[in-house]
Design a protein around this ligand. Structure first.
Ligand SMILES: [Ca+2]
Ligand SMILES: [Ca+2]
Length: 339
């Protein structure tokens, strides 16, 4: 599917709701021309969002309640590029399962514009990449790519090289993603950064990570290596209020995995997932109340510390976005799980 308006804008009311994309394929090498713009057969195994090149064009559709499974794209199952314009697409309540790529299940291409989607309440499970960023690849080269990633689960995604879940590059541009309430479990990278790799040489790369859990992510199969979660090259992720698996000293030994003075992290912590061996629970559906990666009631140590909540319905970590009470938590969950 290609969303490519001819010079006009698209806003959030343009909505794809409840669709399944399965076994799509974008592995070709042919370049097509559509309305004077290049469309590559290697981009977007399921969806391509493509600008016309018109200055200031905004293409920000909503993709919600969709399921992406077994798709292949060299550049993502979803690929977004709006040269000379911008996209703040919303991708919410979607599951990305066992998709394959060279670069990302979602490839955000900020080149010559800005592509900063809002990725909310999504699950990324078992996606693989032949290089880097098996779940989300943020490409800020020659532009800006700073997505907002909120309440997402990254489970068992695997990249052959770097960034098992997320890869950010601000080379020649800017990539400053903002990640909140994320669970990173058992993501794997062949060389560096099972959870997130950030590259900021000749550009800017300063991701912000808050209220997130990192557990059993690996580098070369090792979950206890100083680069098993992060690797930062001339990049400065600011990581705070988060649960880290290893001792604090292992994160500050070099700039390559520094948390950059992020505060209120807790270290050497087992988050006590409810049933770690079955992340999506008995129903095999992510983001439902039986998920194994919800927090158990024994996780109160760090929940209390952060003034956050283990949601009584879904069991995932919740920050009180609407005030310090349970109703605030439930409101967030209603948006997420409809529970
Ligand atoms: Ca479930
Ligand atoms: Ca299951």
């Amino acid at each position: 599917m290609i969303i490519a308006p001819n010079g006009s804008d698209i806003g959030p009311n343009f909505k794809l709701d409840g669709l399944t994309f399965k076994n799509g394929n974008a592995d070709g090498s042919t370049k097509y021309t559509y309305e004077n713009r290049d469309v590559y057969q290697s981009e977007g195994g399921s969806i391509v969002i493509l600008g016309s090149g018109k200055s200031g064009q905004e293409i920000s559709p909503t993709i919600t309640n969709c399921h992406f499974e077994g798709n292949y794209g060299d550049y993502g199952s979803i690929y977004i590029r709006v040269p000379n314009g911008k996209s703040f697409a919303t991708i919410s309540h979607c599951t990305f399962k066992n998709n394959h790529s060279i670069y990302g299940a979602i490839f955000n291409d900020g080149q010559a514009g800005e592509v900063s989607p809002n990725i909310v309440n999504c699950a990324f499970d078992g996606n693989t990449s032949a290089t880097s960023g098996a779940a989300i690849y943020n490409y800020g080269y020659g532009g800006k790519c700073s997505p907002t990633i909120t309440s997402c689960v990254f489970n068992s995604n695997s990249a052959s090289s770097m960034g098992g879940a997320i890869y950010n590059t601000g080379y020649g541009g800017t990539s400053n993603p903002v990640i909140t309430n994320a669970t990173f479990h058992a993501n794997a990278a062949g060389s560096h950064a099972g959870a997130m790799y950030s590259f900021g040489n000749s550009g800017t790369c300063k991701p912000e990570v808050t209220n997130s859990i990192f557990y059993k992510n690996t580098k070369g199969g090792d979950d206890d290596h100083k680069f098993s979660e992060f690797y930062n090259y001339a990049a400065y992720p600011y990581i705070k209020n988060s649960s880290m698996q290893r001792a604090s000293s292992t994160y500050t030994a070099s700039t390559f995995n520094s948390l950059n003075s992020g505060t209120n992290n807790i270290f050497q912590t087992n988050p006590n997932f409810e049933a770690i061996a079955d992340g999506n629970g008995a129903d095999d559906v992510w983001r439902t109340g039986d998920d194994g990666l919800r927090l158990s009631s024994s996780s109160t140590r760090f929940i209390k510390r952060w003034n956050q909540y283990r949601c009584p319905n879904c069991g995932y970590l919740r920050k009180s976005a609407y005030g310090n009470n349970r109703h605030g938590c439930l409101r967030v969950c209603q948006l997420w799980l409809k529970c």
